[in-house]
Ligand binder design. Structure first.
Ligand code: NAD
Length: 532
């Protein structure tokens, strides 16, 4: 299959590459030449093609072009920038089969996941911002407080930052490239997009669709490559970095951005807990556990990574989950529920966590091994019990189709264990008592919580999305997320024709006495209610 942004048919991988399982494999290149990577499909292990790793010179050139193109793009009325989003929405709909096929070729995810997480979610993002960007970015008149309101007026205008670097991971390769890029663009920025080296074609396709929708040349460019390219982008002199990926890389990005005094948002990993209360609807909770743990083959940043179920319903809940997990269909083509692990290094993490769990006494209730019937990177949907917090599987992000279930005495113990983590991305609470569920939710140290549903917050732009603790810095999406691609610039002027500048300067004892009277009047009497 020929994928956009990936050169196909260049190399016979079977004969020339020594480590056959690697999904991303460095290719030997001449000294001084740019590095190259060969890619394989995780579901068939067939070659997908090669990419070039763009270096700091390439990034510098792309930035120069972006800097030239951005002012004219920013000068367009927001209404015109929105038209590009409208056209892109049409193109996503027209090209949905191609998007699905590209994402599946690179990831081996189930067709329904490619359609829902990548196509539907991208349509929603494009439609949401197309409909609202003009309103969100409109200059705002804000009423001033106290005495100031009699003297001055304030307008806040939303200026684009300039050029934004967007660095994305492989687990939602189309949507996670599309969503931040669309927001940064409609706010008037140019974007340099660096998709994951594992899924470069999906990122390139998102950019191709936006460019075809009428972006001026240079406003959106794709950089292919791995960490070298990502690091070069962070150091290149962009005005903001929007990073989605692992905690470890997030730290490096934060350090680079701090060194340059530029803002960044970091959307990082998680170890999301699920709390099942004694009064939960167990059928619905079991369904939520399944979707949370196995959707996207468990490689969903807000996926359910650990369950705490209250003792009195633990057996009934676990039996339901085990029975349903055993019935899931895993496959590489046709209709199935659980797809591939998207790359071999994630398989290594999953197997390391499973070995550690077994050695420490966990019971494997279903799954617990690679699927012997499928050639690619397939790990069976797995349920573990008899787990505890000494195990990696309960502490570190597994990012695979593994669901450890821990029996707890009561909800307080569940809460304590849910918070016993360095992560804090998302969480779910399952109870039929709405008040209790809300009270529990508020006490979870997490970026967001869903009650009686798997985590859906990334798909609700009205919900600020971002992690606590090591799961991230900053929040994205919606009105505030869009505005974070801008500088909110206050412009303050006189209400009555510019006479105020003669006010307090130069100083005099008489003016000081007047100021004392103002302090007493405004802050120390009944007028404070109106003027404070
Ligand atoms: P990763 O950190 O390995 O890579 C992410 C991106 O960073 C890739 O494009 C990579 O090439 C680039 N990169 C690598 N080194 C870099 C460097 N030094 N400087 C700049 N960029 C660099 O993450 P991954 O394995 O691709 O993605 C999986 C992780 O992403 C998981 O931890 C998952 O939870 C997280 N994730 C988080 C969210 C969220 O919204 N919070 C969403 C999806 C995925």
């Amino acid at each position: 299959m020929s994928l956009p942004g990936v050169e196909s048919g260049v190399l016979d991988l079977e004969t020339e590459i020594p480590a056959p399982m690697a999904i991303v494999q460095p290719i030997e290149t001449a000294p001084g030449a740019r590095r190259r990577l060969a890619l394989k499909s995780p579901s068939t292990l067939e070659p997908l093609g090669e990419i070039e790793v763009q270096n700091s010179d390439d990034v510098g050139q792309a930035l120069e072009q972006a800097r030239k193109a951005q002012p004219a793009w920013a000068a367009l009325p927001v209404e015109e920038r929105v038209r590009v989003l409208e056209r892109a929405l049409k193109r996503v709909i027209e090209r949905q089969d191609e998007i699905v096929a590209t994402v599946i070729a690179e990831t081996g995810k189930a067709q329904s996941e490619a359609l829902s997480m990548e196509v539907f979610a991208s349509c929603d993002v494009l439609s949401y911002y197309a409909k609202r960007a003009v309103r969100f970015l409109r200059p705002e008149k804000r009423r001033l407080h106290g005495m100031l309101r009699f003297l001055k007026k304030l307008q806040v205008v939303y200026r684009p930052l300039g050029v934004v670097g967007v660095i994305t991971p492989w687990n939602g390769p189309f949507i996670l490239s599309m969503n931040p890029t669309v927001q940064a663009l409609v706010a008037g920025n140019a974007v340099l997009l660096k998709p994951s080296e594992i899924t470069p074609a999906s990122g390139a396709l998102a950019a191709e669709i936006l460019n075809d929708a009428g972006l001026p040349e240079g406003v959106l460019q794709v950089l292919t490559g791995d960490g070298e390219t990502g690091a070069a982008l962070c150091e290149a002199g962009v005005d903001k970095v929007c990073f989605t990926g692992s905690v470890e890389t997030g730290r490096k990005v934060a350090t680079a951005c701090a060194g340059q005094l530029i803002p960044c948002t970091l959307e990082l990993g998680g170890k999301d807990p699920m709390i099942v209360c004694a009064d939960a609807d167990l059928d619905s909770a079991a369904g939520g556990a399944l979707a949370g743990a196995y959707m996207n083959t468990g490689q969903y940043c807000c996926g359910t990574e650990r369950v705490y179920v209250v003792d009195e319903v633990a057996d009934a809940f676990t039996d339901k989950v085990v029975e349903r997990a055993a019935a899931l269909r895993q496959g590489a083509s046709g209709e199935f529920d659980v797809g591939a692990i998207f790359w071999d290094r994630q398989m290594d993490v999953i197997e390391r966590h499973m070995t550690d769990a077994r050695e420490r006494g966990a019971s494997v209730r279903v799954g617990g091994r690679r699927n012997p019937e499928l050639a690619g990177l397939y790990y069976e949907p797995t349920v573990l019990t008899d787990v505890d917090h000494d195990m990696l599987i309960m502490k570190e992000e597994t990012f695979g189709p593994v669901l450890p279930i821990m029996r707890v005495r009561d909800e307080e113990e569940a809460l304590r264990l849910a918070n016993d983590t360095r992560y804090g991305l998302s969480a779910t609470v399952w109870s039929q008592d709405a008040y209790k569920a809300h009270e529990l939710a508020k006490r979870i140290e997490s970026g967001g919580v869903c009650i009686n549903d798997m985590t859906v917050t990334y798909g609700c732009p009205e919900a600020p999305f971002g992690g606590l603790k090591e799961s991230g810095v900053g929040q994205v999406n919606g009105e505030s997320g869009l505005k974070s691609y801008c500088h909110a610039m206050p412009i303050i002027s006189d209400r009555f024709g510019g006479k105020q500048s003669r006010g307090f300067y130069p100083y005099s004892a008489k003016k000081d006495a007047g100021l004392k009277r103002v302090i007493a009047l405004v802050f120390d009497g009944p007028l404070r209610r109106f003027l404070g």
